[in-house]
Design a protein around this ligand. Sequence first.
Ligand SMILES: Nc1ncnc2c1ncn2[C@@H]1O[C@H](COP(=O)(O)OP(=O)(O)OP(=O)(O)O)[C@@H](O)[C@H]1O
Length: 204
Amino acid sequence: MLHVVGLGCARGGAAVLSNVSFDLVAGQALVLRGPNGIGKTTLLRTLAGLQPPITGDVVMPEETAAYASHADGIKTALTVTENLAFWAEVYGMPLDLAVLDRFDLAGLRNRQGGTLSAGQKRRLGLARLAVIGRKILFLDEPTVSLDTGSVAMFARWLQGDHLAQGGIAVIATHIDLGLDAPVLDLTPFQSAPGTGGGTDEAFL
Ligand SMILES: Nc1ncnc2c1ncn2[C@@H]1O[C@H](COP(=O)(O)OP(=O)(O)OP(=O)(O)O)[C@@H](O)[C@H]1O
């Protein structure tokens, strides 16, 4: 369902990673590792189609992927429930309010997004992934700001719901989520210094 072959990607006009290849089928996840600056965010954005690759291909069914960045994408003036309803509507999905319990948001359902703590905002941002119905998730440090219990809750949703229902996830994370997933260390794929790259102005 996700076929990545010979992918090269750039940031700031310079090649960052070269020749990354992997395949994932329904129910599989892949954890991206590597030191700060190696190119995890750049790779995720390229996989998600937010910037063009300099080489290679990303093959997946159309309209099946979503990218979650460090930002939570929360509408500050809307309540927690309204935020989820908004995202469900944008993606043409019905809103199942069970998601509130799944992400420990039931007690906050009528709170405005802007009044949430950093960790609560992150839980809402992740709950958004559960309502949009996208099968392929590209997740950039999804657990930033989360306490230990919330990390475990998110990992349970990812493994027990998303992947169990045939989803796919590619996750850049520095912490162990306890997922049953292989790890891809990006260090060997680092481009040689000074290698030029394609355009990624939208990302600067
Ligand atoms: N605006 C920019 N112009 C030029 N180079 C940039 C720009 N932003 C980032 N870079 C460089 O691109 C490279 C890849 O950055 P990227 O954010 O993809 O790495 P990362 O592995 O996600 O890092 P981290 O673990 O710190 O989040 C880094 O060397 C970084 O310094």
